[in-house]
Design a binder for this molecule. Structure first.
Ligand code: GDP
Ligand code: IMO
Ligand code: MG
Length: 428
């Protein structure tokens, strides 16, 4: 099994961290290929909870080489805070590799993120405020600062000057903020340069050599399909490629290397931030789901918006990612419902849609067409075999599999590493 991608099939927080962690002991490298510390992955091992933001979830598996790929945007202070916190808990982070081509988040990117959100007012995206979008904007505008620039102070100052030039005009004249100096930014970035240096390498070369040697590489996405800058609910998206294609560009490996694309999907749906969400529940049931599922953001602590499972989105995620498997998470959260509605299509101004509308306004106007399935009352958190699930829970999973177009290979019944029902091995 060469390269496997694990990604989110909805709007994030599907449980990618847990899925990656479970495969950790059987892979050689785990690569984060997109996003930055906007992500928040919770992994629970033997009752111990770890919240990871910038580091790949594979960091928790002894023996794995964790890799921060070129597609990631790196906040150095956050990186070392996270490393120090894990080391203090006895996790060995010494094998971490960081791409020399990854972009750096500077203080001015965080400032721009915050002021633009404030100025957008009602049209705000609801970003995590970590400077993610502005850093990717700099990358695409070709004024980004990369990890390798840290090791030549002259070049670093030149790049920072280029990046700040226009921004200071905007900050001072439009946003009424103080100008940010080249010196303070260079000083901020250099604080961690020497600590970072031994980790920096050509990670694309390392990964391709590992694949050539028959090693297994797991590519772990941050965010999710519906937050992808191309395929998500633009403009209410993040600024990176969170879909399967992003794994290739963000890690520097070719598509022919990828054997398996695993979509992680919740048994219902959540979203953080603004933007359309057809199956959203704004009533007591939505609050019940939030409480039952502990749906509060790992990164910002914001309450997550909640709604029913949406099979249109599952089919869309299957299509744009070429999914080979689904991991269905949080089935245990639905325990106790008499009936469980599932969205099978949309009604858009009287017209039935079975596929994701290609026009964003249609998606905003989409009303879900629900099918109601039977619920179950039994506690399923200790179940480890599919046929031990209550009959209604089995029927729920099989119905979702049928409507989503991809086989459900694993089912999560609790946050712990072991709380999973495996139907098909993801690595063979
Ligand atoms: P990620 O961003 O996709 O890695 O997901 P998050 O970690 O942000 O959110 C998923 C949450 O659900 C975390 O608190 C996990 O510990 C938890 N979780 C994952 N899988 C399951 C599951 O099958 N059942 C339950 N009850 N919790 C789960
Ligand atoms: P994980 O990896 C859920 C959302 C933000 C906002 C939008 C843009 O834990 O699934 P950004 O700061 O990226 O510019 O914000 O994207 N968002 C996430 N929502 N899970 C995430 O990551 C997210 N990362 C970003 O809430 O709506
Ligand atoms: Mg998360």
């Amino acid at each position: 099994m060469p390269a496997v991608v694990v990604l989110g099939a909805q709007w994030g927080d599907e449980g990618k961290g847990k899925a990656t962690d479970q495969l950790g002991s059987r892979v050689d490298h785990v690569v984060k290929f997109n996003g930055g510390n906007n992500a928040g992955h919770t992994v629970v091992i033997d009752g111990e909870k770890y919240a990871l933001h910038l580091l790949p979830s594979g960091i928790l598996s002894p023996g794995v080489t964790p890799v921060i790929g070129n597609g990631v945007v790196v906040d150095l202070e956050v990186l070392f805070r996270e490393i120090d916190a894990l080391e203090a808990r006895g996790v060995d982070t010494s094998r971490l590799l960081v791409s020399s081509a990854a972009h750096l988040i500077a203080g001015y990117n965080r400032t721009v993120d915050k002021v633009t959100e404030r100025f957008l007012g009602k049209r705000r995206i609801g970003t995590t405020g970590r400077g993610i979008g502005p850093t990717y904007a700099d990358k695409i505008s070709r004024v980004g600062v990369r990890v390798q620039d840290l090791f030549d102070e002259h070049i670093l100052a030149q790049k920072v000057e280029g990046a700040l030039d226009q921004k200071n005009h905007l900050l001072v004249k439009v946003y009424n903020r103080r100008a940010i100096t080249v010196e303070e930014t260079v000083e901020e970035l250099l604080t961690y340069a020497e600590r970072l240096r031994p980790m920096v390498t050509d990670t694309s070369l390392v990964l391709n050599q590992a694949l050539d040697a028959g090693k297994t590489v797991l590519l772990e996405a941050g965010q999710a399909t519906m937050l992808d800058v191309d395929h998500g609910t633009y403009p209410f998206v993040t600024s990176s490629s969170a879909t399967a294609g992003g794994a290739c560009t963000g890690a520097g490996i070719g598509p022919t290397r990828i054997d398996r694309v695993v979509g992680v999907i919740k048994a219902y749906t959540t979203r953080v931030g603004e933007g359309p969400f057809p199956t959203e529940l704004l009533d007591d049931t939505g609050e019940w789901l939030r409480k039952q599922g502990g749906e509060y953001g790992t990164t910002t602590g914001r309450p997550r918006r909640t709604g029913w499972y949406d099979a249109v989105i599952a089919r869309y995620a299957t299509r744009v990612n070429g999914l080979t498997d689904l991991v269905l998470t949080k089935l245990d959260t639905l325990t106790g419902l008499e009936r469980v509605p599932v969205c099978v299509g949309y009604d858009v101004d009287g017209v039935r849609h079975d596929e994701m509308p290609s026009n964003q306004s249609d998606f905003h106007h989409a009303t879900p067409v629900f099918e109601e399935l039977d619920g179950w009352w039994e506690d399923i958190s200790h179940v480890r075999e599919f046929d031990q699930l209550p009959a209604a829970a089995q029927r729920y999973v099989l119905a979702l599999e049928e409507m989503s177009g991809t086989r459900i290979s694993a089912i999560g019944v609790g946050p712990g590493r072991e709380a999973t029902i495996v139907r098909h091995d993801l690595l063979s």
